[in-house]
Design a protein around this ligand. Structure first.
Ligand code: NAI
Length: 352
């Protein structure tokens, strides 16, 4: 029996993983707490930990996990910016769920965009109060507008297809443009200058951190709508607030926020929020915040549970087993190290 300590467990996780419980080879212990340096001890005696976006899996936590004999870190999400994969290399294996429903995230991005530009959030509250006035609800057509998509991977491309369905002109920037994709790639600067709407779908890396800051906002069109369903730290939130106050940014739709780790996913109503910046952003009439909800569909949860269990079995049912979703640092660059060879590239030579 493979024993897995499941950190930051929510009701919807317990439901979706619970449905797979007939699998006799993996047993989950659901823990409400997040994985941090202080809680790592709870992983003692387990073969693996299962973690999500706001668990801390830095070098210190990895040291503890190795000390306790934990052999696998199973991320039940795609992004892995919260894991020090370099520190884990050769000591503890790391797997993730690269795609569970890119449609869920792309559709949420469009839901946020439509809500914002057609003021649905305002109208919903008004009519509930029997206020049927249209004053201040004027929106704009998406048809004919230019959307700039940053990151044209699985989610970005689906979002592009959705936008094309609305009759929008699409331009894109990607550090690794997809060949023969029919996507019109431009430089980042050109994208900032030409887009009426900008949507972020690239990972958080040292290079992309704060890619939307004061300078980038300065290059954008007045009234630009910024969508972020990727990772909070892609945007310098202070610069965004300044852009909104200066009436340069027309609207912002944020499913993620740089400092979300201690705030999102929990009921904070009735508490005073200790984050001035987030409070200011939420108070703006043209900002919509959802709390990292873009992934949350039935289909995505079922896929996450299934892939996570398969990842765990691939790695641990047989010692050193191959797992196609392993984040391998062997070549020094995770993206480069995606093996298509059905075996672990560590097996091919010494460690680097
Ligand atoms: P993907 O790996 O399929 O695509 C990412 C794209 O970004 C690739 O085309 C890559 O070449 C590009 N990229 C890498 N570095 C770049 C750079 N410096 N500048 C511009 N583009 C760059 O990933 P996928 O599945 O499309 O996910 C995108 C992001 O969405 C993830 O990194 C994750 O952070 C976020 N996400 C958010 C969720 C939510 O619930 N809000 C759920 C799932 C993912």
């Amino acid at each position: 029996m493979i024993r897995v300590a499941f950190f930051d467990a929510k009701e919807y996780d317990i439901n979706s993983f619970g449905r797979l419980e007939e699998n006799p080879e993996v047993e989950f212990k659901f823990l409400e707490t997040k994985l941090t340096e202080d809680t790592a001890e709870l992983a003692k005696g387990f073969d693996a930990v299962c973690v999500f976006v706001n668990d801390t899996v830095n070098a210190a936590v990895i040291d503890r996990l190795c000390e306790y004999g934990v052999r696998l870190i199973a991320l039940r999400c795609a992004g892995y910016n919260n894991v020090d994969v370099k520190s884990a290399h050769g000591r503890i294996r790391v797997v993730h769920v690269p795609a569970y429903s890119p449609y869920a995230v792309a559709e949420h991005a469009m839901a946020l965009l439509l809500t914002s530009v057609r003021r649905i959030h305002k109208a919903y509250n008004r009519t509930r109060d029997f206020n049927f006035s249209l004053s201040g609800l004027t929106g704009f057509d998406l048809h004919g507008k230019t959307v700039g998509v940053i990151g044209t991977g699985k989610i970005g491309r689906i979002f592009i297809d959705i936008c094309r369905g609305f009759g929008m002109k699409v331009i894109a920037y990607d550090a690794f443009p997809a060949k023969d994709s029919g996507i019109e790639y431009v430089s980042r600067e050109e994208l900032f200058a030409k887009s009426d709407i900008i949507s972020l779908h690239c990972p958080l890396t040292d290079e992309t951190r704060h890619m939307i800051g004061a300078e980038a906002i300065g290059r954008m069109k007045k009234g630009v709508v910024i969508l972020n369903t990727s990772r909070g730290a892609l945007i310098d939130a202070e610069a965004l607030l300044e852009g909104i106050k200066a009436r340069k940014v027309g609207a912002a739709c944020l499913d993620v926020y740089e400092e979300e780790a201690d705030i999102f996913f929990e009921d904070r109503s009735g508490h005073i929020l200790n984050d001035e910046l987030l409070s200011r952003l939420i108070s703006m009439p043209n900002v919509i915040v959802t709390s990292h909800q873009a992934f949350l569909t039935e289909e995505a949860l079922a896929n996450i549970a299934e892939t996570t269990v398969n990842n765990i079995l691939a790695c641990l049912a047989e010692e050193g087993g191959f797992c196609e979703n392993e984040l391998c640092y062997h070549c020094g660059e995770i993206e480069k190290c995606r093996q298509e060879k059905r075996r672990r590239c560590q097996d091919e030579g010494g460690k680097k």
